[in-house]
Design a protein around this ligand. Structure first.
Ligand code: PEP
Length: 254
């Protein structure tokens, strides 16, 4: 099966509403709107989302996602944002289980699983982040860590639901460090992840699920990574803060 590559810009806690308007003006100038063979997504901070929607208007060139969502529907959960609120704003995606949420907010596979189920119930596409720390890799635990993140994070989903999830493989040691996994190492991790999806949810789900690579992706290394058979796009942090380098990564995926 051919899978449409998906390139997503995770802005993290960067780019407020004013700066987002400038980014989008620069991105439009890159003339990538007609490029339908790559799914393009930006994931701004919550407060920036309305400005992004305002600038995009009817333009469907870029999908918009959020960086997290609550596992609850509504109520007394100070600081939380619900799936219904994201849908009301026009979001189509939500990043879940990013290593920074796991590290600084103690998010576990079981907790992220609840959020993935909420997102799917609301019609949002979860971008589910997994990946090992350097310590885990050096201790030979790569497959054990990735296996449990896939199985526990996606527990209880149907094969059809799994097919619609985007998995982002992001080795923690490669995020924001300038160190990228070699294309061969990334491909081997992606193939392993797809194998776990196949043995847990079946061949059709494994064939359909898109697996992005994330971790210091930039224009210079994007093409080699994207050329790997099991790499279906990228989740990009630092290099997606500027419209021209985000656009160059999209071109590499074309
Ligand atoms: C990320 O945070 O998802 C990420 C991949 O960041 P960077 O590209 O900066 O390593």
């Amino acid at each position: 099966m051919s899978r449409t590559p998906i390139i997503a810009a995770n802005w993290k806690m960067n780019i407020g509403p004013k700066e987002a308007r400038e980014f989008l003006a620069n991105f439009k100038a890159e003339q990538l709107c007609d490029c339908k063979c790559v799914e393009k997504v930006i994931v701004p901070p919550f407060v920036t989302i309305p400005a992004v929607m305002d600038v995009l208007g009817d333009c469907t060139c870029l999908g918009v996602g959020a960086q997290d969502v609550s596992d609850r529907d509504n109520g007394a959960f100070t600081g939380e944002i619900s799936t219904a609120m994201l849908c009301e704003l026009g979001c189509k995606y939500v990043v879940l289980g990013h290593s920074e949420r796991r590290q600084y907010h103690g998010e576990t596979n079981a907790y992220i699983n609840k959020k993935i189920k909420k997102a799917l119930a609301a019609g949002l596409v979860p971008i589910y982040c997994i990946g090992e720390t350097l310590e885990q890799r050096e201790a030979g635990k790569l497959e054990e860590v990735l296996g449990s993140q896939v199985v526990e994070g996606l527990e209880g989903l149907t094969p059809e639901q799994v097919a619609g999830v985007v998995i982002a493989y992001e080795p923690v040691w490669a995020i924001g460090t300038g160190k990228t996994a070699s294309a061969a190492d990334a491909q081997s991790a992606h193939a392993y992840i797809r194998g776990v999806v196949a043995s847990t949810f079946g061949a059709a789900a494994a064939d359909a699920v898109r697996i992005q690579y994330g971790g210091s992706v930039k224009p210079a290394n994007a093409e080699e990574l994207m050329a790997q058979p099991d790499i279906d796009g990228a989740l990009v942090g630092g290099a997606a803060l500027k419209a021209d380098s985000f656009a160059a990564i999209i071109r590499a995926a074309k």
